[in-house]
Design a protein around this ligand. Structure first.
Ligand SMILES: C[S@@+](CC[C@H](N)C(=O)[O-])C[C@H]1O[C@@H](n2cnc3c(N)ncnc32)[C@H](O)[C@@H]1O
Length: 282
């Protein structure tokens, strides 16, 4: 089935979560991420009046529907504080000092990739349009972009999506088609349909050998907990992709769904590809 909803402008895409009822800043209850989504206290720290990014900070607070703090001492009332700095959007864990500050490094070595990489092989040679349906902080999105695929990124956590937008912008892709929505719903409305839907849901606690650096994983766990609905997401992905669904798993973990057609193991992760024999290709 093909959905032909008009493609939104960049502004309306990014404002998807700005509509009433969709801006819950849902987060895991503890920094260990026990999968029970609760609400962490989030705020945005304002920049000094007149500084370049003060408008951005206010806009971000408004988008997330969280307070905009004027003084640093107010931070102690919050679990996470976001702030635009000269280097990018930082997330500070106020009540978990061991977590410190997250500023995603857009020059990470492992974000360099060639088409000989296991991820590239899993996506396949015929693919052109790839949807990263669990975009997180954008590490894999950047890999797809660097392999010159046409990429769409979807992330449902408003705070993670804010970091994702900042990462993409810093990396030179400010206008990438990006949705702040649940992919189970968003995948249906994509037009044209993607060749490949890529999934990297959070693996339950003690993700075995995650390819994400420790700090990013720690923040993701604290911010989104476990993705307990990945089977549902897989079903939506299979209905949407024209060629295949690729699922990233820790090396030793069982497949998300039994019997992938192909598996490609890398040093840190395994990519399970489910080839689709579609007769309803576009
Ligand atoms: C393990 S992280 C992805 C990391 C990402 N591949 C990277 O390289 O940074 C999983 C992310 O997928 C998001 N996610 C999980 N299920 C989702 C869904 N149904 N729709 C949109 N985002 C989803 C989570 O909020 C989380 O940020």
């Amino acid at each position: 089935m093909t959905h032909t909803a008009p493609r939104p402008t960049t502004e309306s895409r990014l404002n998807n979560a700005g509509q009433a009822g969709e801006t819950a800043v849902g987060m895991a209850n503890d920094s260990g991420g026990d999968g029970e989504r609760g609400r962490s206290r989030i705020a945005v720290q304002a920049d000094a009046p007149g500084s370049e990014s003060s408008d951005r900070s206010a806009a971000l607070a408004q988008r997330l529907e969280v307070p905009l703090l004027e003084v640093v001492t107010q931070e102690r009332d919050y679990d996470f504080v976001l702030q635009y700095t000269a280097c990018g959007l930082e997330v500070r864990a106020i009540h978990a000092p061991e977590m410190g500050v997250l500023l995603v490094d857009i020059n990470r070595k492992r974000w360099r990739i060639t088409r000989r990489d296991p991820l590239a092989k899993a996506v396949g040679r015929r693919a052109r349009r790839v949807v990263d349906a669990t975009a997180g902080f954008g590490g894999d999105t950047l890999l797809f972009l660097r392999m010159r695929f046409q990429v769409v990124a979807i992330e449902r956590s408003p705070v993670v999506a804010a970091v994702l937008r900042d990462v993409l912008s810093r990396a030179g892709y400010p206008d990438l088609e990006t949705y702040e929505r649940d992919s189970c719903d968003a995948l249906w409305s994509l037009h044209p349909r993607p060749d490949v839907v890529y999934l990297d849901p959070m693996y339950p606690r003690k993700r075995l050998g995650s390819a994400l650096p420790g700090k990013e994983l720690q923040f993701l766990r604290a911010l989104v907990g476990n993705d307990d609905d990945s089977q549902r997401l897989f079903t939506a992905a299979v209905r949407t992709a024209l060629q295949r669904v690729v699922v990233k798993r820790p090396l030793q973990a069982p497949p998300l769904v039994a019997n992938p057609t192909l598996s490609f193991a890398g040093k840190l992760a395994r990519y399970d590809a489910y080839l689709l024999n579609r007769c309803d290709r576009q």
